[in-house]
Design a protein around this ligand. Structure first.
Ligand code: UGA
Length: 434
C-alpha cells in the first residue's frame, strides 16, 4: 500500500518510518528542504532511541523515501496523513490550525483518485469535518474521505509505542475509508493489538481526553506529594498502595517537578478552550493546569529552603533539564521555570544533560554546561536531580558529596533512598513528597 505523510516532525517521522517497517511504501514530505536533505543522507533530526536504524533499514529496502514535493508524495497514495504541528496559538490557548489547513489545501490539489486524508496531528473536535469542506472547496472533483487517527506515542519510547500500541484509534465516516485504514494497520490486527473504529468526533475527543487524564493523574500525585510532606507520609509508598488497585493502576503516579513536553501543556490548554467555547467548562483540567504551575513554584521554594533561604552566591548543579529522559526536547520543561528563578535569585547554575544542550543553550542563558556530573558537582552548594536520566540513577554519591562545598541534594524525582543519601554524607537532602 502506498502512503504519504505530510510533516516530518516527531509524530510524522515516527509514524512514516514505522509504517514503512510494516511493509508499506511510504513517502514523507516536508517543506523544509534542509531537513529533507538531512533525512535523505540518513540523518534523523530528532533524538529518539533506535529511530535512525529503522530509517536506514527501510530506506535500504526501498520502502521509505523523503521529498519536498507534495504532489510526488501523494501520487497514487491511498492514504495521506497530515502530521504537521498544532502549536498553542499565542494569546488565546487555541491550537493553531494554520499548518493543518494549509496541508489540507495543498493535498486537495493533488488528489486524482480515491484517497483517505487522515489527520494524525492533534486537532480540536470538529476539525476533520472542516478539513473535508476545505478539500471539497479546493478540489470539487476530488474523490476522498477524511479520517481521524490520533497518535499516542511517547517521546523516548516512540517506536515501541507505535509498534506495540495499547490501542489504535480510527475515526471514519465511510466503510471505504475504514477498509483503507484497516489495511494500514493490518500488521497490528494480526498481532492482536486492539483497534477502535469510531466516528470522527469521538476519535478527536479521545486524544484530548487521554492526554488530559494522564496530566490529571500526574498532577493528582504531585498534589498528594505536597500533602505527604506536611503529614509525614511517603508519596512513593502512597503511589504504590493506590496503584495496586487495578482501577487506579500504577503508571503515571510518579511525583515530579510538574509535567512538561510538547503535548500535555498544549493539549490541556486546548481542551480547556474547547470546553469554554461549548459552554461546558472542563473545570478539572483547568485546575490541573493551575496546580501544575504551582508544583514548579513549590519546587523552587524547596530548593531555596535547602540553600539557607537564598540562592545568592550559591553554586547549584542541575542534573537533567529536558522535560523527561531519553529525549532532547526542552518544550515546557520544568527546568525552564526552575533554573531561571535560581539564576534570578543570584545562583550560579551548572547543567549536565546527556541530550539537552543543543536546544537548551538558547533557552537557558547564563548556565554553564558540563558533560560529567562529578566535575559539575565539585565545589557546588547543591545538587538538583531534575530529570531522571539513567546516567543519574546510580551515581557514586560519596564521591560527589565529598567534592562539594556543602553536600546538599534535592532529588525531585525520588530516585534515591534516603538512607543511601545519608550514608553518602548528604545529611541535608530533600525529596519530592517524602
Ligand atoms: C504524552 C503521552 O504520554 C503520549 O501518550 C502522547 O502520545 C503524547 O503525549 C502526545 O500527545 O504526543 P510525552 O509528552 O512524550 O507523551 O511524555 P510523557 O512520558 O507522557 O511525559 C509527560 C510529562 O509528564 C513529562 O514531563 C514527565 O516527566 C511527566 N511525568 C510522567 C511525571 O511527572 N510523572 C509520571 O508519572 C509520568
Amino acid at each position: 500500500m502506498r502512503i504519504a505523510i505530510v510533516g516530518t516532525g516527531y509524530v510524522g517521522l515516527v509514524s512514516g518510518v514505522c509504517m514503512s517497517d510494516f511493509g508499506h511504501d511510504v513517502v514523507c514530505v516536508d517543506s523544509d528542504a534542509a531537513k529533507i536533505d538531512r533525512l535523505r543522507a540518513g540523518q534523523v533530526s530528532i533524538y529518539e532511541p533506535g529511530l535512525d536504524d529503522v530509517v536506514a533499514r527501510n530506506v535500504r529496502a526501498g520502502r521509505l523515501s523523503f521529498t519536498t514535493d507534495l504532489a510526488e508524495a501523494t501520487e497514487d497514495a491511498q492514504a495521506v496523513f497530515i502530521a504537521v504541528g498544532t502549536p498553542t496559538r499565542r494569546g488565546d490557548g487555541h491550537a493553531d490550525l494554520s499548518y493543518v489547513d494549509a496541508a489540507a489545501k495543498a493535498i486537495a490539489k493533488t488528489i486524482t483518485s480515491y484517497t483517505v486524508v487522515v489527520t494524525k496531528s492533534t486537532v480540536p473536535v470538529g476539525t476533520n469535518r472542516r478539513l473535508r469542506e476545505i478539500i471539497a472547496t479546493e478540489n470539487p472533483e476530488a474523490d476522498f474521505d477524511v479520517a481521524s487517527n490520533p497518535e499516542f506515542l511517547r517521546e523516548g519510547a516512540a517506536i515501541e509505542d507505535f509498534m506495540k500500541p495499547d490501542r489504535v484509534v480510527i475515526g471514519v465516516e465511510s466503510e471505504r475509508a475504514a477498509e483503507i485504514m484497516s489495511e494500514v494497520y493490518r500488521p497490528l490486527y494480526l498481532r492482536d493489538f486492539p483497534i477502535v473504529i469510531t466516528d470522527i468526533e469521538s476519535a478527536e475527543m479521545i486524544k484530548y481526553a487521554a492526554n488530559a487524564f494522564l496530566a490529571t493523574k500526574i498532577t493528582f500525585i504531585n498534589e498528594v506529594a505536597a500533602l505527604c510532606e506536611r503529614v509525614g507520609a511517603d508519596v512513593k509508598e502512597v503511589a504504590k498502595g493506590i496503584g495496586l488497585d487495578g482501577r487506579i493502576g500504577n503508571k503515571f503516579l510518579h511525583a515530579g517537578p510538574g509535567y512538561g513536553g510538547s503535548c500535555f501543556p498544549k493539549d490541556t490548554k486546548a481542551l480547556a478552550r474547547i470546553g469554554q467555547e461549548h459552554a461546558s467548562p472542563m473545570q478539572i483540567v483547568e485546575t490541573v493546569m493551575k496546580v501544575n504551575d504551582e508544583v514548579k513554584r513549590r519546587m523552587v521554594e524547596k530548593l531555596r529552603d535547602l540553600c539557607d533561604d537564598s540562592f545568592r552566591g550559591k553554586t547549584v548543579t542541575v542534573l537533567g533539564v529536558t522535560f523527561k529522559p531519553n529525549t532532547d526536547d526542552m518544550r515546557d520543561a520544568p527546568s525552564l521555570t526552575i533554573v531561571p528563578t535560581m539564576i534570578g535569585g543570584g545562583a550560579q547554575v551548572r547543567v549536565v544533560d546527556p541530550q539537552g544542550r543543543r536546544e537548551g543553550e538558547a533557552l537557558l542563558p547564563g548556565v554553564t554546561w558540563h558533560d560529567d556530573p562529578y566535575e559539575a558537582a565539585e565545589g557546588a552548594d547543591l545538587i538538583v536531580l531534575l530529570t531522571e536520566w539513567n546516567e543519574f540513577r546510580a551515581l557514586d554519591l560519596p564521591r560527589i558529596a565529598a567534592s562539594m562545598a556543602k553536600p546538599r541534594i534535592a532529588d525531585l524525582r525520588n530516585v534515591y533512598h534516603r538512607q543511601a543519601l545519608w550514608d553518602a554524607g548528604f545529611t541535608n537532602c530533600a525529596f519530592n513528597g517524602r
